[in-house]
Design a protein around this ligand. Structure first.
Ligand code: ADP
Length: 187
């Protein structure tokens, strides 16, 4: 069974929701780099201060910040037997770093699930979520910028994993239940 999994998808693709369902089904611990950064911000750490402005502008936090954070996480006891990563990697450089970190631990990814959605459709979903969650990076200009960053920097990661032969493509259009059914069938 797949134990080391990455979930990919545009902002608003429903990644977080499907990640929770996958973890429950496979009894895997999960981490979200976005959630970890928001915790650092809430705690007022140096790392949080560096990250805050970039996140609020919809830009990526630099690899020098993110990569060591992920390496520490993966080396902790909690994730020794497997994990589901949400929000990482977000660039081909991060994907290469992840491969290196896992290789140093004598392991590698088993599966990458890409939740594929129509980018224009997610803007509406995200604005709706913004009304509920009040995240500082969920205003329309910032959402548009995040989608641009996704298209330019993160989408190539899908191709990277296709070439690695571990990519599972899921049609992310439709309801949460419809998307979950498609994923569950493949697990
Ligand atoms: P979403 O998937 O909806 O964009 P996340 O919670 O995954 O939300 O990420 C929020 C923000 O946190 C991103 O826009 C980015 O600024 C920062 N971030 C999260 N993960 C990474 C990462 N792997 N590399 C760089 N920045 C990141």
């Amino acid at each position: 069974m797949s134990k080391r999994i990455v979930i990919l998808g545009a902002p608003g693709a429903g990644k977080g929701t499907q990640a929770r369902a996958i973890c429950e089904k496979l009894a895997l611990p999960t981490f979200s780099t976005g959630a970890m950064l928001r915790e650092e911000i809430a705690a007022g750490t140096e790392l949080g201060k560096t990250a805050q402005e970039l996140i609020n502008q919809g830009c990526l936090v630099p690899d020098e910040v993110i990569n060591p954070m992920v390496a520490r996480t993966l080396n902790s006891e909690k994730f020794a037997e497997g994990f589901l990563a949400d929000g990482y990697p977000r660039s081909v450089a991060q994907a290469q770093n992840l491969k290196k970190v896992l290789a140093e631990m004598g392991t590698d990814l088993d599966l990458v699930i890409n939740i594929d959605v129509d980018l224009e459709a997610v803007v509406g979903r995200m604005l709706h979520r913004a009304e509920i969650e009040h995240r500082a990076d969920d205003t329309e200009p910032v959402i548009r910028h995040r989608l641009k960053v996704y298209h330019e920097t993160t989408e190539p990661v899908v191709e990277y994993y296709r070439n690695e032969g571990i990519l599972l493509e899921i049609d992310g259009n439709g309801t949460i239940e419809e998307v979950w059914e498609r994923i569950e069938k493949q697990l």
